[in-house]
Structure formats: structure tokens, C-alpha cells
Design a protein around this ligand. Structure first.
Ligand SMILES: *[C@@H]1O[C@H](CO)[C@@H](O)[C@H](O)[C@H]1NC(C)=O
Ligand SMILES: *[C@@H]1O[C@H](CO)[C@@H](O)[C@H](O)[C@H]1NC(C)=O
Ligand SMILES: *[C@@H]1O[C@H](CO)[C@@H](O)[C@H](O)[C@H]1NC(C)=O
Ligand SMILES: *[C@@H]1O[C@H](CO)[C@@H](O)[C@H](O)[C@H]1NC(C)=O
Ligand SMILES: *[C@@H]1O[C@H](CO)[C@@H](O)[C@H](O)[C@H]1NC(C)=O
Ligand SMILES: CC(=O)N[C@H]1CO[C@H](CO)[C@@H](O)[C@@H]1O
Length: 423
């Protein structure tokens, strides 16, 4: 309700503002900039209102804003090699005794439009006047294709190993492995690299032990191993299959808290946790097998083999009777929401740095420290790698929020004749 009124009053202001402005080029830029501001404001509003709303409306709106911009940038950027009005005008402006600031703003919006086109993979890139090489890297955008490829490599164990090829150090090695995988495979054939995996830390954890909650790297490593048994068909492997909470009153935070409790039960009962229906992924953005699944947004909590095996076991009566598979209904809500935190790693929460301040002093010890520590671990594990879909959503969101700002900064470091050099 509130959102709609805000939106329509914004729209009114925008159209009034647009009418007031003439059709001369600088004003078009102003209008664009203004639209952008509106998009940013709207996006943050949407993000504040709810995560769910952000996924559907916020992103749709920011996509729309890029659409508006690229509508005009199609003529700006030019098709068929015709001289493009925007660049011609920019060139003219550069020769005229105008203030540098205006030139930079023009260049920044050209760059912003070019990035918008690059971001939208479905637009035919041949139609772009600026050649790909003349468009500087966008510091706020990720190469989702490559990142997802690397993450896949990191999430799949090599043959006969329990853990993927995580190195004990972070560097460019991940990328090198990806590009020269076949040659490296040959080189590594004789090397007993299994020896390394015990001490190898999961690549999704940034920083050292001191930078993270106590034992984070060890716990994340162990969670991954627990959730990825080498042979899911082994009759000894047991499962806990659970839907995400879906009562309308449950926000995303409650859904996470519930799933963290279920992961704790799974660890304590030595079961592999398999998540099932996720209402927040029940929309067309999540295609095919990812529909209504956690894996629409993040890498799945377990391997595909284990998921398949668990769903197959659920159809068998004896699997239920023997307790090979359990579901959420097998546990009370007290067990799920306030159950025992796994103690397999001791009590690392007792080494937490105090962060809770009451009346000006930091509290060293308080109740529920264990739960806080565990939820951080569980959520970190579940969100270890973004799916390409999430990566794309984040790119779009960052572009509409910071794209123009980033363009202005990048333009400062370009040669003064840009973009003429690239024509
Ligand atoms: C890309 O452009 C097409 C055509 O203009 C549009 O339909 C689509 O929604 C855009 N996608 C994104 C992610 O901006
Ligand atoms: C994996 O183990 C099997 C049986 O132990 C062996 O035949 C195979 O060569 C091993 N593969 C690699 C890549 O070491
Ligand atoms: C996994 O375990 C099952 C049952 O013990 C066995 O039939 C199958 O061959 C095993 N698969 C592999 C790859 O070891
Ligand atoms: C889980 O619940 C099912 C039916 O709801 C029941 O058949 C099964 O025995 C229960 N399993 C355990 C381990 O309690
Ligand atoms: C905070 O400090 C004030 C003054 O020292 C005291 O009156 C108050 O009771 C304290 N509150 C708590 C929650 O400890
Ligand atoms: C959003 C925007 O700036 N749209 C403009 C695109 O260009 C046409 C004419 O070139 C203008 O009429 C629009 O206002």
C-alpha cells in the first residue's frame, strides 16, 4: 500500500520534471540522472521493505530503468556504423569551450549506457558502437559466467578425494586451474595431492582464523565434507529432508533460523540435510530444476546425487521404518528452534570476541552465544557460492545503485580523447 503511493507520487514528480526539461541533450542527461536517482531510491525502499519484494519488484524496476536508459542509448550508441548522435555531440562538446565537468558527465553517462548494454546479455552486442575493447572494466560488476565456473570447480571433488582442490592459500591459482585444467591434471597425476586436503581451507571464507568467528574455516570444511559423502548410495548414509518454512508470517530470517536448527539436528544425528520446497524461489526467474529450490540462489546444500538418492528413499516405506530418511515432521518445533548446538567442535563460541554492549560495557558471556555462533556457521555454509542467477541479480542491483557513480570515477582515469580513440 505504502509502497504503491510512494511509487506513484514519485512517478508524478518524475514526469513533471521531465516535461519541464527541454529535449536538448544536456537535459536528457539530467532526466536520465534523475531517473537513476529515483531508481536507486526505489531500490533501497524495496530492499528495506522485504527481501522477497526485492527479488520480484525491485529488480524488475531496476531492469526497467536500464531498459529506459538503453532505449535512448540505442540511438546514442548507434547501429550499422552510422555516426552516433551522442558521440558526435560529445566530440563537438569537447571542442567547444565548455566546462570539463559537463564533458565528464557526458562521458560518464555514455560509459554507464555501454555497461548497461554489456550487462544485458540478450542485447545484440554487434549493434554497439563502442567496441568491446574500448569499454573499460566495470569495477562494480562481476563476470558471473567465470565466477560460477570457478565456484563449480571448487564445489566438486576430484575423483577418489573427499574434498575439491582447495589450496591452502588464495591467489590466482583457482583461475589457472580452470583454464589449464587438462595440462594440470597431467602434471598432478603423480603428485599425492590428497595429503594437502586435510589442511586445505574452504575458498569461500575470506581472511584468517583471527578475522572470522572461532574455528570458522575448520567448521566450514567439515560441514562441506559432512554434506558431501563420497557415495550417496551407500546404505549407511542417512538423510533429513526438509522444506523451508512457508507460513506467511515467516520472514526470510525465520526461514534461515529454522533451517539452521535442522542442519544442527542433521549434524547431531549424522544425517545429510537435503532442503526441499522453497517458496521464495517459486517464480519464473528460477528455471527448470531450480524452481522452488534453494539452488536457484546458491549452490545446493548437498550434491545432486545425494538429493536424488534422498528423494528416491522418501518413496520407500522401509526407508522411513529404518530411519534412513526423516522429515521435518519427525522433530518437534522445540527441537528445531531451540535444539542442541552441535558440540563436535567443542565450544568455540566461548572464544568469541565480545560484541554485545549494554550500558557502555561489553558483555563477555551471555546466553545464546552458542546459537549465534552456530547460525553464523550454518548460514555461511548454505550461502557459500552464489548461483549465476543471484550473481546476475546482484550485478543489476549494483549497476542501478552505483553504476553512474562508478562510471564517473572510471572516466577520470581514461585518456582525455576517450571515446574518440575507439571509433
Ligand atoms: C535485456 O534487453 C531486452 C530487450 O531490450 C529486455 O527485454 C530484457 O528485459 C533485458 N534484460 C535485462 C536483464 O536487463
Ligand atoms: C580412483 O580409485 C580407483 C579404485 O581405487 C582407481 O582404479 C582409479 O584409478 C582412481 N582414480 C584416480 C584418478 O586416482
Ligand atoms: C556406492 O555404494 C553402492 C552400495 O553400496 C554400490 O553399489 C556402488 O557401486 C557404490 N558406488 C561407487 C561409485 O562406489
Ligand atoms: C518419522 O515419521 C514417519 C511418519 O511421519 C515415521 O514413519 C517414522 O518412523 C519417523 N521416523 C523416526 C526416526 O522417528
Ligand atoms: C545503566 O546505568 C545506569 C547508571 O549507571 C543505571 O542506573 C542503570 O540501571 C543501568 N542499566 C542497566 C540495564 O544496567
Ligand atoms: C528516458 C529518456 O531520456 N527518453 C528520451 C529518449 O529520447 C527521446 C528523443 O530522442 C526523448 O523524447 C525521450 O524523452
Amino acid at each position: 500500500m505504502e509502497q504503491t503511493t510512494q511509487k506513484s507520487s514519485l512517478e508524478r514528480v518524475v514526469s513533471q520534471r521531465a516535461l519541464q526539461m527541454g529535449s536538448s541533450f544536456p537535459c536528457q542527461i539530467c532526466v536520465m540522472g534523475f531517473f537513476c536517482g529515483v531508481c536507486i531510491t526505489y531500490f533501497f525502499l524495496a530492499a528495506l521493505i522485504s527481501f522477497g519484494a526485492m527479488e520480484s519488484k525491485g529488480v524488475a524496476f531496476s531492469t526497467l530503468s536500464i531498459g529506459i536508459l538503453s532505449q535512448n542509448s540505442t540511438s546514442d550508441i548507434g547501429i550499422n556504423g552510422d555516426p552516433i548522435p551522442l558521440v558526435r555531440e560529445t566530440a563537438w562538446r569537447m571542442n567547444s569551450p565548455r566546462v570539463n565537468e559537463q564533458q565528464d558527465d557526458d562521458k560518464a553517462s555514455l560509459l554507464y549506457s555501454a555497461w548497461s548494454v554489456v550487462l544485458n546479455e540478450s542485447i545484440d552486442k554487434d549493434g554497439m558502437l563502442l567496441s568491446r575493447s574500448s569499454i573499460p572494466e566495470a569495477p562494480h560488476l562481476e563476470n558471473c559466467q567465470l565466477v560460477t565456473q570457478i565456484n563449480k570447480f571448487w564445489d566438486n571433488p576430484r575423483e577418489n578425494e573427499t574434498v575439491p582442490s582447495w589450496t591452502t592459500w588464495k591467489g590466482s591459482l583457482g583461475m589457472e586451474l580452470l583454464h589449464q585444467k587438462s595440462t594440470l591434471d597431467k602434471e598432478l597425476q603423480g603428485v599425492p595431492h590428497t595429503a594437502n586436503t586435510e589442511g586445505a581451507y574452504p575458498p569461500w571464507i575470506e581472511g584468517s582464523d583471527g578475522d572470522n568467528f572461532p574455528l570458522t574455516r575448520k567448521v566450514q570444511h567439515d560441514l562441506w565434507v559432512h554434506q558431501h559423502p563420497t557415495n550417496c548410495s551407500d546404505p549407511k548414509v542417512r538423510f533429513l529432508v526438509a522444506d523451508w518454512e512457508k507460513l506467511p508470517g515467516f520472514g526470510i530470517g525465520a526461514q534461515f533460523a529454522g533451517m539452521c536448527g535442522l542442519l544442527a539436528i542433521a549434524i547431531n544425528e549424522q544425517r545429510v540435510l537435503v532442503t526441499n520446497y522453497f517458496n521464495r524461489a517459486d517464480h519464473d526467474g528460477c528455471e527448470g530444476a531450480q524452481r522452488s529450490r534453494w539452488s536457484c540462489y546458491f549452490f545446493p546444500e548437498t550434491s545432486i546425487e545425494c538429493q536424488d538418492r534422498a528423494f528416491e528413499l522418501m518413496k520407500r516405506r522401509e526407508a522411513w521404518e529404518h530411519g534412513t530418511v526423516t522429515a521435518k515432521d519427525n522433530y518437534t518445533s522445540k527441537e528445531i528452534w531451540a535444539g542442541r548446538i552441535p558440540r563436535v567442535w567443542g565450544e568455540p563460541w566461548s572464544y568469541l570476541q565480545p560484541t554485545t554492549e549494554i550500558n557502555g560495557s561489553l558483555l563477555r558471556i551471555h546466553r545464546k552465544m552458542d546459537r549465534r555462533w552456530w547460525r553464523a556457521q550454518a548460514v555461511r555454509y548454505l550461502m557459500r557460492f552464489q548461483s549465476k542467477y543471484t550473481c546476475d541479480l546482484m550485478n543489476t542491483a549494483r549497476h542501478s545503485a552505483f553504476g553512474l557513480q562508478a562510471a564517473k570515477m572510471v572516466v577520470q582515469s581514461l585518456p582525455p580523447e576517450w571515446p574518440k580513440v575507439c571509433l
